[in-house]
Design a protein around this ligand. Structure first.
Ligand code: CS2
Length: 487
C-alpha cells in the first residue's frame, strides 16, 4: 500500500467517506509550539485542538513533537511528512481526520541540541507535555521531586545533556532570552497537574541553578488542565483497519473514541493557540473538574483494568460486558462518587452514566494491560486520596477496597484465572511485590503493603482498613477474583 505523504494526500477519496484533510497550506506553518511525549494521546487530543486553531487561519502554531523515550513514532512520522490520521469510532460510525499540525518530530536522545533549541526559541510560546505519570520523576506519595530517580541523578550531574522531562524543560528554559513569554501545559493525569509540574520543575532547577528556579517561578505560566479522551495504543489490527479506510499506509494512525474534552486554567504567560476552536474550555479553576475526572474516570478505569486482568479480560469493553466485572465497575464508581466534590451545577449522575457507556464502546480495543501499567504511579492519584479520607472517617468503601486488594493480588500473583501469565509493566512494582510475596499471611501482606511509603504515604492506615484488605486478599487467594468481585 502506498504511504501517506504530502504528495499522496490528494489520492484520499474524501467524497462522502467521512475523511477530512488538513485543508490549509502546511508550508506556511511557523514552529510556535513544542510537545514533549509524542504518543497516541497527544496526537489524538491536543494536536487536534491545535489543528482546529490553525484551520481558523492562525499559522503560528505548527507543533515540534518530541519523543523522549521511543524513536518509533518519530521515524513513522518522518516517513510521511509528519502527517497522520485520527479515526473516531463509535458503533458503526467512523470519521477520520488527517492532521497536518505536526511540522517536525525529534527523538530527544539523538537530537538533544535541536530539542533544547526549539524550547529556547522565542517564537515558541507554548509547550505541552504528555509523558505519563512516571515521566515527571516525582515521588508518588509526596508529589515532590524524587532525587533518587536515575534520570534526575544523571541530569543533576549533566544539566546540559539531560535525559528526564524536567531536565530537558529546564535546559530549554535556561537558554530562552529574557522577556520571551512561555506557558507549559501539563496534560497528564496528575492531581493539580500544572501546580505539580511547577513544584517539580522549580525543585529540580533549584538544585542546578537557583536563579533558574526563580525565573520559572516568576515568569513561566503552568496552567492546570483536565484532558479526556480514550485513546488506545495502536495494534496491528487497528493500524490495518485505519489504513484500509484511508487507502494509504499510515504507520502513525490512531483509532479512538469520539468523545474529547479539554478544560484549561486560563492563566497563560503569552499567546496560545485558540484551542477553543476545537472545543476546549478555558476557565478560572480546573481543579474540581480534574479531581472528579481522575477519581471517576481514571479510578474506575484502573479498577476495571486489574479486575479484568485477573478475570482474563483483555479489553475494557469485554470486561464491561461481563456481568461480574461490569457490576463491580459500577460499584467502584459509586464508591468514588461518594468522595467527589463536583463543580457547582455539574450533573455527576449524567457524567457517570456517560463514562460507563464510553467504557463499554466495543469499537475500541482498549487493553486492560495498557491501563494496568504503572499502577504504583496511578493508584496514589486515583484511589488512595478517596480511600484515605474515607478510612480516616471510619467509612467503608466496599468496592474500591476490593479493587485495591485486586491490584495487590495482581502484583503478587503469577497468573490470571486460567493460569495465563500477567505481564506487569511498572518500574515501581517490584519493591511492593516483594513485600507481598515475603508475607507469611494475608494480614501481614496487607500491613507490609500499606507500610510501603513510596506508594501509600508515611501516615499509618487505620487497623480496620488493613484487616478488611487482608480479608479480601484471602478471598482472592482461596476462591479467586470472581468470588471477591461478586461478593
Ligand atoms: C487510562 C487513561 O491508561 C490509563 O491509565 O485510564 O489513559 C484514560 O484512558 C484517559 O485518561 C482518558 O481521558
Amino acid at each position: 500500500m502506498t504511504r501517506l505523504t504530502q504528495q499522496t494526500l490528494s489520492r484520499v477519496d474524501t467524497r462522502g467517506s467521512g475523511i477530512r484533510l488538513p485543508g490549509y497550506d502546511r508550508g506556511r506553518l511557523a514552529r510556535g509550539s513544542v510537545h514533549l511525549g509524542l504518543g497516541a494521546f497527544h496526537r489524538a487530543h491536543q494536536a487536534l485542538y491545535t489543528e482546529a486553531a490553525i484551520r481558523q487561519g492562525d499559522e503560528r502554531w505548527g507543533i515540534v513533537g518530541v519523543s523522549l523515550r521511543d524513536p518509533r513514532t518519530v521515524q513513522a512520522l518522518a516517513s510521511q511528512d509528519h502527517l497522520y490520521s485520527v479515526t473516531e469510532r463509535e458503533g458503526d460510525e467512523s470519521t477520520t481526520r488527517v492532521v497536518g499540525a505536526v511540522v517536525q518530530a525529534l527523538y530527544a536522545p539523538g537530537a538533544l541540541p535541536r530539542v533544547i533549541a526549539a524550547l529556547a526559541d522565542p517564537a515558541v510560546a507554548v509547550v505541552t507535555c504528555t509523558v505519563t505519570e512516571k515521566g515527571y520523576s516525582q515521588n508518588p506519595s509526596t508529589s515532590d521531586l524524587d532525587t533518587e530517580d536515575a534520570d534526575i541523578r544523571h541530569d543533576l550531574c549533566h544539566p546540559d545533556a539531560p535525559a528526564s522531562t524536567l531536565g530537558v524543560l529546564a535546559a530549554g528554559i535556561r537558554r530562552r532570552p529574557a522577556g520571551a513569554p512561555l506557558s507549559v501545559v501539563c496534560c497528564d493525569n496528575l492531581s493539580a497537574n500544572g501546580d505539580t509540574l511547577r513544584r517539580l520543575l522549580t525543585q529540580y532547577a533549584g538544585l542546578i541553578d537557583p536563579a533558574l528556579a526563580r525565573r520559572i517561578r516568576d515568569e513561566i505560566a503552568l496552567p492546570n488542565s483536565m484532558v479526556d479522551r480514550i485513546v488506545p495504543a495502536a495494534t496491528p489490527a487497528s493500524l490495518a483497519w485505519a489504513q484500509r479506510r484511508l487507502g494509504l499506509r499510515d504507520e502513525a494512525a490512531i483509532v479512538c473514541e469520539r468523545f474529547t474534552q479539554w478544560v484549561i486554567e486560563d492563566c497563560f504567560a503569552g499567546p496560545r493557540p485558540a484551542w477553543e476552536a476545537g472545543g476546549a474550555v478555558l476557565t478560572a479553576d480546573v481543579r474540581p473538574y480534574q479531581a472528579m475526572k481522575l477519581r471517576l474516570l481514571n479510578g474506575t478505569h484502573s479498577a476495571i483494568a486489574y479486575a479484568g486482568q485477573l478475570c482474563g479480560f483483555d479489553s475494557v469493553a469485554a470486561a464491561m460486558a461481563d456481568p461480574v466485572v461490569g457490576a463491580f465497575a459500577h460499584g467502584v464508581m459509586q464508591d468514588l462518587r461518594a468522595t467527589v466534590d463536583a463543580p457547582a451545577g455539574f450533573d455527576v449522575g449524567r457524567y457517570c452514566g456517560e463514562l460507563l457507556r464510553r467504557f463499554a464502546n466495543p469499537a475500541l480495543a482498549h487493553r486492560t494491560a495498557q491501563i494496568a501499567m504503572d499502577g504504583t504511579q496511578k493508584v496514589p492519584v486515583r484511589w488512595l486520596p478517596a480511600l484515605r479520607e474515607s478510612a480516616s472517617a471510619g467509612i467503608e468503601r466496599p468496592c474500591l477496597e476490593r479493587a485495591l486488594a485486586a491490584w495487590l493480588h495482581y502484583l503478587r500473583s503469577d497468573g490470571d484465572a486460567s493460569g495465563e501469565p500477567l505481564s506487569i509493566r511498572d518500574p515501581g512494582a517490584p519493591a511492593l511485590a516483594v513485600r507481598l510475596r515475603v508475607a507469611g499471611s494475608d494480614l501481614e501482606a496487607a500491613r507490609l503493603a500499606l507500610g510501603h511509603a513510596a506508594v501509600f504515604g508515611d501516615a499509618p492506615w487505620p487497623p480496620p482498613f488493613a484487616a478488611r484488605l487482608a480479608r479480601y486478599l484471602a478471598v482472592l487467594r482461596e476462591r479467586g477474583a470472581a468470588a471477591l468481585l461478586s461478593a
